[in-house]
Design a protein around this ligand. Structure first.
Ligand code: KIV
Ligand code: NA
Length: 266
């Protein structure tokens, strides 16, 4: 299994790969494909539960899915997202829920959103023995406040992001997700800190990349974000398979002899 120290050592040597997964069979596929890290993201609210945003998912749901991922890929390095309102209320709440995620699901680290303003929490969580991955740039849990758009487009935003990244490193985060950060700022952040940056929509200079399972595999024909890449027409291929199944049943081609149990006649 990958360890924090091995992840840190990859910086400046080898790109780090991460993909989201929400269940056991998916986790197994990603692990067998030799992904570095699996993220049980709160993007599950969109991808699996069909919500429009990530706000409605509960810690209990995240823990259940993280358990499933760990069952499917016991030796994978798994990061579990802390969902909305599971760490914002207080430092005590943040430590307790980060601890629950680790204790009950067996994930190897937790991730939470925010920069400077969550650093006191990050510090205390890390010092409770719970590895933390940061997440700055576009942070979906606060889209109502900040809007859905890329970050770092002006100097003030750029400076703030670099400051946030440095403070997260100081607070003890082992890595930081940069979501929809302009390429130049992502590059600057990556060069300014000694922990790896994991980009999504933040260009090629990040130390690693993360993609959402359903985006990478083309599971949703109505959603193709600019920063993602479809490596499969999952929607089309799966639909075709189901169509073939329907056709076979209607035409009585399935089940066939080989799918059928028979009584031995003596
Ligand atoms: O929930 C998620 O999938 C994420 C990634 C986009 C980083 O946080
Ligand atoms: Na997330």
């Amino acid at each position: 299994m990958l360890s924090i120290s091995k992840i840190l050592k990859k910086k400046n040597k080898e790109k780090i790969t991460m993909i989201t997964a929400y269940d056991a069979p998916s986790a197994r596929i990603a692990y067998d494909a030799k992904i570095d890290m699996i993220l049980v993201g709160d993007s599950i609210a969109n991808t699996i539960y069909g919500y429009k945003d990530t706000l409605k998912i509960e810690l209990e749901d995240m823990i259940k899915h993280a358990q499933s991922v760990k069952r499917g890929a016991t030796d994978a390095f798994v990061v579990g997202d802390l969902p909305f309102l599971s760490y914002q209320v207080s430092t005590e709440q943040a430590i307790e829920n980060a601890g629950k995620m680790l204790k009950y699901s067996g994930v190897n680290a937790i991730k939470l959103e925010g920069g400077s303003f969550v650093c006191d929490k990050v510090f205390k969580i890390v010092n409770s023995g719970i590895p933390v991955m940061g997440h700055i740039g576009f942070t979906p849990q606060s889209y109502n406040q900040i809007g859905i758009r890329s970050r770092g487009k002006n100097d003030i935003e750029a400076e703030r992001l670099i400051e946030d990244a440095k403070k997260l490193e100081d607070a003890g985060a082992f890595s930081i997700v940069l979501e929809m950060v302009t390429e130049d700022v992502a590059k600057k952040i990556t060069e300014s800190i000694s922990i790896p940056t994991i980009g999504i929509g933040s260009g090629k200079y990040c130390d690693g990349q993360v993609l959402v399972w359903h985006d990478l595999l083309g599971m949703n024909p109505d959603f193709s974000p600019k920063f993602s890449k479809k490596y499969l027409d999952g929607y089309g291929i799966i639909k075709e398979a189901i169509k073939n199944y329907i056709k076979d049943v209607k035409s009585e081609k399935f089940p066939s002899e080989e799918n059928t149990f028979k009584r031995k006649l003596v």
